[in-house]
Design a protein around this ligand. Structure first.
Ligand SMILES: *[C@@H]1O[C@H](CO)[C@@H](O)[C@H](O)[C@H]1NC(C)=O
Ligand SMILES: *[C@@H]1O[C@H](CO)[C@@H](O)[C@H](O)[C@H]1NC(C)=O
Ligand SMILES: *[C@@H]1O[C@H](CO)[C@@H](O)[C@H](O)[C@H]1NC(C)=O
Length: 293
């Protein structure tokens, strides 16, 4: 049998996946999570911060909008990070983020492509440039009021590595509707050395008639029971949380194939090592595994 078909036959369920936790949510439990935005409240943007909604400006800037330059923050960008350094840079960045949020009791979970990476093997997908997390709007307000412009130093335990990250909160984060659509990213966790970042988006209960519906500013929709109760897990070796119904969320966003196809972006899923391996290295990777059998 040809190697490729052999690979696709093997299931790809990550064994360390979190245990399913108990029953689904009851009505009262659902109300326990979050608060519907009250549109009659005074507008804090204008009243308190002098931001006029009719004059919304884009807060975060990137040096370009192609697949490479679109993933850097302009203020910290000098040149693209080489392919050899990128995986480690991304790993440190997300570990530092998750540790910081955990230590400060700030609720967050991994989202979008980052969640898909977690689903397969608890890691960033090797071809992925951007990372995404989500927070409920309560956390977003905490970040805006208490943690904006926090600079976090991070040192990796084993390697002699020091990194610095900036937690930057978009002033328009307090506006929970998408406004002029210039600020769909509510906050960023930025690697100050390279300008690479994690996009943080808030989700809110915007619609008083649909108190079970959470929205970000980019037309992603979730039901309370899609997200809560969050599941504890690990990502890139540190404690992390994922939405309760991660399968449904991933299928809705990427389609069923994203959970079954073992070939993406010129990488092949190698079940023996539970890794995505560049196509041109797959044969070697299998040989390496066999040596240890
Ligand atoms: C907000 O901006 C609009 C458009 O520039 C302007 O017409 C309006 O007067 C401003 N509102 C306030 C409260 O300043
Ligand atoms: C965060 O700090 C930056 C820099 O001082 C400021 O421009 C921005 O408006 C602040 N964000 C919030 C939510 O207050
Ligand atoms: C995969 O490899 C082919 C041939 O080298 C290339 O043309 C294509 O752009 C690559 N696809 C991705 C997603 O990198």
């Amino acid at each position: 049998m040809h190697l490729w078909s052999l690979l696709t036959l093997t299931g790809a369920i990550w064994s360390a996946r979190t245990e399913a936790s108990s029953a689904s949510l009851t009505g009262s439990a659902q109300q326990h999570y979050g608060k519907v935005v009250n549109h009659d409240d005074p507008d804090p943007l204008w009243e308190k911060y002098g931001l006029n909604r009719s004059e919304e400006f884009k807060y975060f800037h990137e040096p370009g909008n192609d697949d490479i330059l679109g993933h850097y923050d302009s203020r910290f960008f000098t040149e693209p990070v080489g392919d050899d350094e990128r995986p480690q840079t991304m790993t440190y960045m997300v570990r530092a983020y998750l540790d910081f949020f955990e230590e400060n009791g700030l609720e967050t979970w991994i989202a979008h492509g980052t969640l898909l990476g977690w689903w397969w093997n608890g890691k960033i997908m090797p071809w992925d440039w951007d990372m995404d997390t989500q927070v409920p709007d309560t956390t977003l307000h905490q970040l805006a009021d208490r943690y904006n412009q926090t600079v976090v130093r991070y040192s990796a335990k084993r390697a002699d590595v020091q990194r610095t990250y900036l937690l930057d909160i978009n002033p328009w984060a307090r506006q929970r509707e998408n406004g002029m659509g210039l600020n769909i990213i509510d906050a960023r966790w930025i690697d100050m050395e390279t300008g690479l970042y994690i996009d943080i988006t808030g989700v809110s209960k915007i619609n008083p008639e649909k108190p079970n519906l959470w929205l970000d500013k980019h037309e992603h929709k979730y039901r309370t029971e899609d997200i809560y109760p969050l599941r504890k897990t690990t990502f890139e070796g540190v404690a992390a949380k994922v939405p309760f119904d991660y399968d449904a969320i991933l299928i809705e966003e990427y389609g069923k194939d994203a959970l079954t196809s073992t070939h993406f972006h010129n990488h092949t899923w190698v079940p023996e090592s539970e890794e995505w391996i560049p196509d041109d290295q797959v044969a070697d990777a299998i040989d390496d595994e066999k040596q240890y059998e």
